[in-house]
Every structure is written in structure tokens, then in C-alpha cells.
Design a protein around this ligand. Structure first.
Ligand code: GLP
Length: 253
């Protein structure tokens, strides 16, 4: 895993946008695995700026998102489909038929998981963007006793509900379940770009980098992937800087 230290969130977002831009310059028809949440928001903003002001061309790009809330349709303002359409896909002029997000309002959600898994496996992801939840989740793969392999339904961890409920006008409306690609699905990506920012992530970043590889901290599995770049800001690294073994601290500079 390559570690890149950013001084703050703005710096992190710029580094992340550079990585995505490079990917698309080298392979214009790249498939990007998208994720939502606060971590990649600044990166999307910067990519949109580059598309609109600097002629960055995403017309051949296709995308596939990691997860969606169960029960929300794509026109619900808190759905991940809605977020991506408005903050990335439409402003970067990526055509709708080139984009995939699990259908949270599908009649049969188990069937939708199977459809999504088949799609992900048939259409390899060139660059998967990821964030880490406070519980250590990636996508919505919450702490478990095993690594779920395929796209599945998940009950969200209490920390996840607490962190995400604030985005809902009425926090009670936040779904307690979601559809997410599995750990096995994510590990198929050719490369992974992990973004982590903020003091609230500092403890989980320490466990991610220094703890055992365990499904109880799902993100630790990324240490087994052969092509991961993690961009972390100083706030996210604050516990690692205090407690990590000397050799890792030296590596961070
Ligand atoms: C969210 C998403 C994840 C995301 C993670 C971290 O709820 N479903 O895919 O990566 O939790 O979110 P944030 O970046 O807001 O901390």
C-alpha cells in the first residue's frame, strides 16, 4: 500500500482529483468505482471544476457505486444515486447509461444484490474510490466475524447510523439497512484509492494501519490488495503519529 500524507482536506481532495484525472488520461474509458460520503466530496467538486473550466473529458468514463440505502429511490435527496447525479455525474457529463448505483427501491432487494454482483464482476473496475466509516466499514461492509464476499443486504452499525442520520431532515427517516457490494467484490478492482480525513477518523486509521487484519475492522483487508493508494490528512493520522511503531512513523515523514 502506498501512503500519501496530505496536510489538510483541501490538499487531500486535490491529490485525489489528480489520481482520478491521471487514470482517465491514461485510459479514457476507465470504469471508476464511486463512493459517497464526506471523504470524496471535495474531490468530486475539484473534478467538476476541471471538467467545466479546464476541459477534462469524462465522456467515455463509466461508473459503478458501492452502495445504496434500502428503500430509497434515486430521486430521494438522501439517496446515493441523487448525490452522485448532482455532484459528479451530470456536471461532468457522464451519460446516465454509463452509470450504475444499486436500486434501493427495487421490489426484490435480494435479487437486486445478485444483479449488481453480476454486473460488477462482468465489468471490472479500473479505479475504486473508497472512504472508511467510523466503524471501519468500506462501502457499507460493517464489522463482522467474516468478510462478506458478494453484494448483500446489511444492517447498519449504530456508529454509521449516528454519523449519517444528520444528513436527513428527519434523522428518524434514515434507513437502518443498505445494499452494498461485498469485500470480495471490492478486492477485484485493479486499483484502489482510499481517502481518509479528519480527527474523528484518527482512531480507526490507527487500527486500520497498525492492528491485525480482521473483519472486525473491514478496511484492514485492503492491506492485502496489491494496488492501494491511501491518501490521509494530518488530522486522520494524529493517533498513528503518537502511537504507531517508530518505523511506520518514519515512513510517514
Ligand atoms: C458512508 C458510505 C461509505 C463511505 C463511508 C464513510 O456512509 N456508505 O461508502 O465511504 O460511509 O463516509 P464519510 O466519508 O462521510 O466518513
Amino acid at each position: 500500500m502506498r501512503l500519501i500524507v496530505a496536510k489538510d482536506y483541501t490538499h487531500l481532495s486535490r491529490i485525489a482529483a489528480d489520481k482520478v484525472e491521471n487514470q482517465v488520461l491514461l485510459k479514457p474509458d476507465s470504469r471508476i468505482g464511486t463512493v459517497t460520503g464526506a471523504s470524496p466530496a471535495g474531490m468530486y467538486l475539484e473534478l467538476v471544476r476541471r471538467c467545466q473550466e479546464e476541459g477534462l473529458d469524462f465522456s467515455e468514463v463509466s461508473t459503478v457505486n458501492t452502495d445504496e440505502y434500502a428503500g430509497l429511490s434515486g430521486d430521494h435527496p438522501q439517496s446515493y444515486r441523487y448525490y452522485l447525479d448532482h455532484h459528479f455525474l451530470e456536471p461532468c457529463r457522464i451519460r446516465r447509461e454509463r452509470t450504475e448505483v444499486p436500486r434501493g427501491d427495487a421490489k426484490d432487494l435480494e435479487e437486486e444484490c445478485r444483479r449488481y454482483e453480476t454486473f460488477y464482476r462482468k465489468n471490472p473496475v479500473d479505479l475504486q474510490i473508497l472512504g472508511i466509516g467510523h466503524s471501519g466499514h468500506i462501502g457499507f461492509n460493517e464489522p463482522e466475524h467474516y468478510f462478506p464476499e458478494e453484494t448483500h443486504m446489511v444492517s447498519l452499525a449504530p456508529e454509521t447510523i449516528a454519523a449519517n442520520a444528520e444528513y436527513f431532515d428527519d434523522p428518524e427517516q434514515m434507513p437502518a439497512k443498505a445494499l452494498t457490494v461485498g469485500i470480495g467484490t471490492l478486492m477485484q478492482a485493479k486499483s484502489i484509492l482510499l481517502l481518509v480525513s479528519g480527527k474523528s477518523k484518527a482512531e480507526i486509521v490507527y487500527r486500520f494501519l497498525c492492528g491485525n487484519i480482521t473483519p472486525e475492522v473491514p478496511a484492514t483487508v485492503l492491506r492485502l490488495h496489491q494496488n492501494v493508494t491511501a491518501v490521509l490528512d494530518e488530522d486522520a493520522l494524529s493517533v498513528v503519529r503518537q502511537r504507531a511503531p517508530e518505523r511506520l512513523r518514519q515512513l510517514l515523514g
